[in-house]
Design a protein around this ligand. Structure first.
Ligand code: ZN
Length: 269
């Protein structure tokens, strides 16, 4: 039974017995992997706690007999408490970030870049002013898509390659096609095709965030409506491009976000 150790963040947990559960982690060294936590939920367990939204060092062993990994010990390295103003929004964005990785990453393929990016994202949404949460999440979402090979084409028409023209005609929106995978110029649009219309302002924000660092994103304020539209556009894009139509709980997420936003509004009054 080889023993291993890796730094990791919890992506999802499934409870299946009073004191046991399966914990899906993203480990820095081994990628996404399900581990069995036997007896870890028991209050008499002496092992370190498995905390969501934290950097943990997890020791585990792999059983050849059951072909499963089992958690041995847990050490807390860094915790993201999300205690600052806007906790619900921080939780909603943090959960969505973990859920995207849970859904999209293949098992046991190491992605240290994405691991470090997730940790950096969680650290940012723990500490930033709540008004910058949407921009941080959209930037994270865009980076994740690109890292996994689903890069939405924003600067150029996905069909003919013409550069996106922001100047004319002045009032017409920029058409984003989740199905085709990016912006479609007026000449290439087909009647009856589904487009998400982006205002010039929304388009500019999305383009800017596509190349922004998390530090830069933490200076871009985006209102709730605009954020919802952009997240919805990216979620639909991902559904079409990855075929994960039913897996993404985007609507639930947007609903959660709406509720947390209402709370945020109330808080700031
Ligand atoms: Zn075109």
């Amino acid at each position: 039974m080889p023993r291993e150790k890796s730094e990791a963040v919890i992506l999802k947990t499934f409870n299946w017995a009073e004191s046991s559960r399966t914990v899906v982690i993203l480990s820095r060294d081994f990628g996404k992997m399900p581990l069995i936590d036997k007896g870890g939920r028991s209050i008499t367990s002496r092992r370190g706690r498995l905390i969501r939204f934290a950097r943990l060092e997890i020791g585990f062993h792999y059983s050849e007999k059951t072909e499963r990994g089992y958690i041995n010990d847990v050490e807390l390295l860094e915790m993201f408490s999300f205690e600052r103003d806007g906790t619900l929004g921080r939780l909603a964005y943090g959960s969505a970030a973990c859920e995207l990785l849970y859904l999209l990453l293949p098992e046991e393929e190491s992605h240290p870049i994405l691991y470090d990016y997730l940790v950096n994202f969680l650290r940012n949404i723990d500490l930033c002013d709540k008004h910058y949460l949407p921009a941080l999440f959209i930037t994270y979402f865009l980076r994740l898509l690109s890292q996994l090979g689903y890069h939405p084409s924003l600067a150029y028409c996905i069909n003919c390659g013409r550069e996106t023209d922001l100047d004319s005609p002045s009032d017409s929106p920029i058409c984003f096609s989740p199905e085709r995978g990016g912006v479609v110029c007026p000449a290439c649009q087909r009647s009856g095709e589904y487009y998400i219309p982006l205002s010039a302002e929304s388009y500019r924000v999305l383009s800017r965030l596509q190349t922004a660092s998390l530090t830069e994103a933490a200076t871009v304020p985006i209102g709730y409506q605009e954020a919802s539209l952009l997240i919805d556009a990216l979620t639909r894009f991902l559904s079409y491009q990855s075929g994960l139509v039913s897996g993404l709980k985007s609507l639930e997420f947007l609903e959660k976000l709406r509720n947390s936003h209402l709370t945020l509004e109330k808080d700031s009054r």
